[in-house]
Design a protein around this ligand. Sequence first.
Ligand SMILES: CSC[C@H]1O[C@@H](n2cnc3c(O)ncnc32)[C@H](O)[C@@H]1O
Ligand SMILES: [Zn+2]
Length: 432
Amino acid sequence: MSELLVTGGQVLRPDMTVERADVLVSQDSGDIVAVDEPGALDGDDELDANDGLVIPGLVNAHTHVAMTLLRGLADDKPLNTWLQEDVWPVEAELTADDIRAGAELGLVEMIRSGTTALSDMYFEVEEIADAVDQAGMRAVLGFTAVTVGKDDEAARSDLQESLDVARKLEGAADGRVRTTFQPHSLTTVGEEYLSEFVPQALDDDLSIHLHANETRDEVTPIVDEHGQRPLAYADDIGLLDGDTYVAHGVYVDDSEIDLLAETGTGVAHCPASNMKLASGMAPVQDLLDAGVTVGIGTDGAASNNDLDMFDEMRDAAMIGKLAADDASAVDAGTVVEMATANGAALLGFDSGRIEAGANADLAVIDLDAPHLTPAHDLVSHLAYAVHGSDVCHTVCDGEVLMRDRTVEVFDEGAVRERASEHAAALVERAGD
Ligand SMILES: CSC[C@H]1O[C@@H](n2cnc3c(O)ncnc32)[C@H](O)[C@@H]1O
Ligand SMILES: [Zn+2]
């Protein structure tokens, strides 16, 4: 039996208090064994958290991890123009090897910034699952189906693949990979296909993840065509369910917020992407007040342009206040909860909290820095002052993924070089 002791640090507890404590982790079960006063516990191996704050590993509730290859390729455009003019033509040239290279780069970036779990939507999902396995991280993965612009055979094949991939990869990477059925959005997948395939996903107890109500352009056509708000339309199809979570949820009216709360449907809030594409401001405090579980996601690196969840927490707090016209809205403790416990709840993982019995997924922040001085309130620092580069150790499932800022699960230099080569060749092919 092998046990790791995270020693000498301050620890963020589930009630958002901070105390000096050691954390003992079982590397066999991958769970936290005990949290106790300094010096009370012994382990076979130690991780030095002196001058550090031990927090739950962050949960990125919505991303497209392989889109790191498209980082900085096309900026300063709204969603539809950006997708149609820039992103989709390049994505049409992606190979499985490209996606593997982009995924590895994204996972290294996440490990370096304290993220231990992600929910991903993309293609070539087996490559992404293999990369997650090597990274030692936890993920919810799926193949994203789009039917617009496709004939009936191709449209069905996409949805069937989304079901098949979800069935096949559930439980991969020793149980660290879970899956979702993934219609891309309510406007990019036709009603006839949703009506046919969603019941099959529900029959198989598959969770569902989709983009919804991201821009005004995702609301108006549904209201025009179906005479109802998008989430009422989704609910009639059976899409809203206790295991469903929608990405973005920017343009949700009061009736849709109630529907999310009543059905137990969660929201993955993507503040940076919503700002960069000028999509809008999600009513996050209203969602939380209604009892909706709201996590935080970076979205892909092409609309962010990084995968740093500390940036995302800060953005969520800032834009949450603007949206509510209230400086007390979406406060520091709330965004930390959104990026940890709420994200874990959406993804269905027993992580997001430092407590005996929970998954041993954690990160240690080096507090010895001018921008983290003085330390009046460490929860405030997490929301407003810490950067991803302040993370010194990252642990998932009891395994050390990064120690003293060195990533142990990948050769970081090789990953960066390979991703740069793949990105350059991809852009050249797309330009031909
Ligand atoms: C097939 S995976 C996902 C698909 O979605 C595209 N995408 C990236 N960001 C967004 C976004 O904010 N809204 C909608 N779709 C997005 C991505 O490029 C893939 O094609
Ligand atoms: Zn997205």
